[in-house]
Structures are given as C-alpha cells and as structure tokens.
Design a protein around this ligand. Structure first.
Ligand SMILES: *Cc1c(COP(=O)(O)O)cnc(C)c1O
Length: 220
C-alpha cells in the first residue's frame, strides 16, 4: 500500500486553490488513517451508513463530504456532522437537509449537482432548475443550509475533448449562477474531477477534486 506516497504525489501537483477530497468509499478505516496520518483531513463517502461508521471510528477534526446520491429519509443520520453534501439535485432534498440542520442548530453546506454528462445514467439537475431554485421564494426561507456552488460528473469516456466540453460547461454554469444574489447562496466551489480527469478539471476551472483510486488504489 502506498497511500501516503500517492497523497504526497497528488498534493505536490495541485495548485494552492484546489481542495482535495480523498474519496475513501469501500476502504477500511486503517486505510483512511494512513491518509489522516499523512495530513489529509477531508474525506468523501458515497453511502451515508458507511460514512457514519467511519465518522464514529475516526478523529473528530475530519471534514466528511457526502459525494453520493442522497435519499431524503437518510439525511438525518449525517445531519449532526456532515460538512458538505455534493450531490443535491432537487428542492425537496434541500428542504429536508434544512430541516435536519435546524434540529442540530447548524448550517449545512451543499452543492447543487448539475447534469453535464451526455449519458443519462448520471444524476443531477438542469441548469434552468438550479437557477429557478436559487431564485425562488421557497429557497430564501431555508436558513439552515448554504449552497456553496456546484458539482458535476463528466461522461465516462476516453474522449478527452468531450470531458473538457462538459467541465467547461460546468464552469460556465457556475459563473452564470454567481449573479444570483440571495443570503444562502455563497458561490465559491466547483467540485469536478476524479482520479482519471482531475488535471483536466483543474485546467477547466475546478477548485475541488474528488480523488479515490489514485490515492487508495482500485476498489474491488
Ligand atoms: C467514487 C467517486 C469519485 C472518485 O472516483 P475515482 O475514480 O476513484 O477517483 C469521485 N466522485 C464521485 C461522485 C464518486 O462516486
């Protein structure tokens, strides 16, 4: 296992403004601790139950990011500690996150997942939906959430030109949404780029990358 070396290598290639989320889904706590001991403090998981178990087992100065698809009825299990939810793709979910955050007297940061891939298997909302939500009266009543930006996943393809087109689209969407002014929208974050495409993503304007297998090795 070369987790510490992998991390060090990746970090050495990142510009300062880019935040690295270490995607640790399916990996044991011992692997995460290796990354932790190398200084990593932000971890991304895609299943709430697994994230809760790791949260309970690990040091409390870790920021836990939920990067997977979230079901409304499970928000309550992570509401006390999650620091960023990347995959929010509908208003109902935002409202539920707000409700659960309020119970814990905190504000939960979220990203709106935008559909940028041409394949239909990916989750995410259309740009028009995102802007309608942010501009809506209903959104302005959600005092316990803060939308920090957008998240996207490119099509699973070897075609770099297509990936580049999709990443560039997300950057454009982010820049357009920025003009919407409302207290609970603080556009700072563009979460895009994974092990295979994070360098391209950064070139296209990403400032948060979600990297798993390049740090922890392939998942089974
Ligand atoms: C698994 C996952 C990643 C990381 O993928 P790698 O190719 O292992 O880097 C990033 N984002 C999301 C949403 C994921 O589910």
């Amino acid at each position: 296992m070369h987790i510490q070396e992998n991390l060090k290598h990746i970090k050495s290639t990142l510009p300062n403004h880019v935040i690295l989320v270490a995607v640790s889904k399916t990996k044991p706590v011992s692997d995460l601790m290796e990354a932790y001991n190398a200084g990593q403090r932000i971890f991304g998981e895609n299943k709430i139950q697994e994230m809760v178990e790791k949260y309970e087992a690990m040091p409390k100065d870790i920021e836990w990011h939920m990067i997977g698809h979230v079901q409304s009825n499970k928000v309550k299990y992570m509401a006390s500690f999650v620091s960023l939810i990347h995959g929010v793709d509908n208003f109902k979910l935002l409202a539920e996150i707000n409700k659960q955050a309020k119970k814990h007297d905190r504000i939960i940061n979220c990203l709106l997942q935008i559909k940028i891939a041409s394949e239909d298997s990916k989750f995410g909302m259309r740009v028009s939906e995102a802007s309608e939500i942010l501009k809506s009266e209903a959104f302005s009543t959600l005092k316990n959430i803060q939308v920090m930006g957008v998240m996207g996943m490119a099509t699973f393809t070897e075609n770099k030109n297509q990936i580049k087109k999709e990443f560039t689209l997300l950057k454009t969407v982010f820049d357009d949404l920025k003009s919407i002014k409302t207290f609970n929208f603080k556009p700072e974050t563009i979460s895009m780029g994974m092990s295979g495409d994070y360098i391209l993503a950064i070139d296209c304007g990403s400032n948060m990358i979600r990297v798993g297998s390049s740090i922890f090795g392939e998942r089974l």
